[in-house]
Design a protein around this ligand. Structure first.
Ligand code: PDD
Length: 284
């Protein structure tokens, strides 16, 4: 039986009941965080905690003890006997339960916290086969930097890709490639690594930040500027990053091959750095 965390206690998932007045349910009024457990450690827990705090601040949820996120995450790994496995921990926070009104509850109510751990398989580390993606207009809101639980535009867009047998939908906003429906997007053009700058148009991915660091450490020129969707033909490599799938090479975009269609040298080098860092963390 799965053990989850709900409003201060660990309990069997089946026992959890969310109020019909929860603002997460009524308005999508909440944020979340996802962190990966690598059979002994979390990858960049400080980065995930910092982003959690930022998301809470941006939507004005006053969570008394956001640092508890780390202990709760470890508690979930232990309670579900996942210590020596790979797992994803999801931490969902809403503004709480209160009769439906656009204004925030006044006085404020206790935020609702729901967290769970889900076993996952180690990602195939052989850097292949590369994935196919499509592009589509970014139909999301103007605060994609907040890790909001309101993901309808993401799920609708991802479903379009999924039904075409594709791995991801890459968004285009005002003519520029922004990010995927559940991942950040990197590309190589003219020997330089491009990714969209931090802005309200993308989620600042924890994997993205670390990949940028590996690139800088490796002397790969990094350009954090929006890349025009009209220049797709100038791309020699592309890959996606996120917590669950880590680094995913892109083979084709809208049915057009990227480079040779195989994971390129920059993608492989950065993926290798990521895997090496995991090994270092494991041996620590
Ligand atoms: N999604 N952009 C979007 C829209 C995302 O949903 C995600 C992550 C990322 C990558 O962020 P990170 O490297 O911190 O995982 C970028 C997670 C995996 C999810 O929603 O499950």
């Amino acid at each position: 039986m799965d053990t989850a965390f709900f409003n201060g206690i660990f309990l069997p998932k089946e026992k959890i009941r969310v109020s019909p007045d929860d603002r997460g349910f009524l308005f999508g009024d909440g944020i979340y965080e996802v962190m990966k457990w690598y059979a002994g450690f979390f990858f960049d827990p400080a980065g995930h905690l910092a982003r959690l705090k930022r998301s809470l601040r941006e939507i004005r949820i006053d969570l008394p003890d956001p640092e508890a996120f780390l202990n709760i995450s470890e508690g979930l790994v232990k309670a579900n006997k996942l210590e020596d496995k790979y797992a994803l921990v999801y931490f969902q926070v809403t503004r709480g339960a209160s009769p439906r009104s656009h204004s925030f509850p006044d006085p404020a109510v206790e935020p609702t916290i729901y967290a769970f751990a889900r076993k996952t398989e180690p990602v195939n580390t052989s850097t292949g086969p590369a994935a196919g993606v499509m592009t589509a207009r970014d139909i999301r809101w103007s605060r994609c930097d907040i890790k909001s639980i309101a993901l309808l535009a993401n799920t609708l867009s991802f479903q379009d890709a999924h039904e075409r047998g594709l791995f991801e939908c890459i968004f285009i906003r005002d003519g520029y490639l922004t990010e995927g429906s559940r991942s950040n997007f990197f590309l190589v053009s003219d020997g330089r690594l491009y990714t969209h700058p931090e802005s309200e148009n993308i989620l600042s991915g924890i994997t993205r930040k670390n990949i940028i660091r590996y690139a800088m450490e490796s002397g790969i020129p990094v350009v954090q500027e929006p890349f025009p969707a009209s220049d797709l033909a100038k791309i020699s490599e592309a890959f996606l990053t996120n917590t669950s799938a880590e680094v995913t090479p892109v083979a084709f975009i809208d049915s057009k091959k990227v480079g040779t269609g195989e994971p390129g040298p920059v993608t492989r080098q950065l993926h290798r750095k990521f895997l090496d860092e995991l090994t270092i963390m494991k041996d620590r």
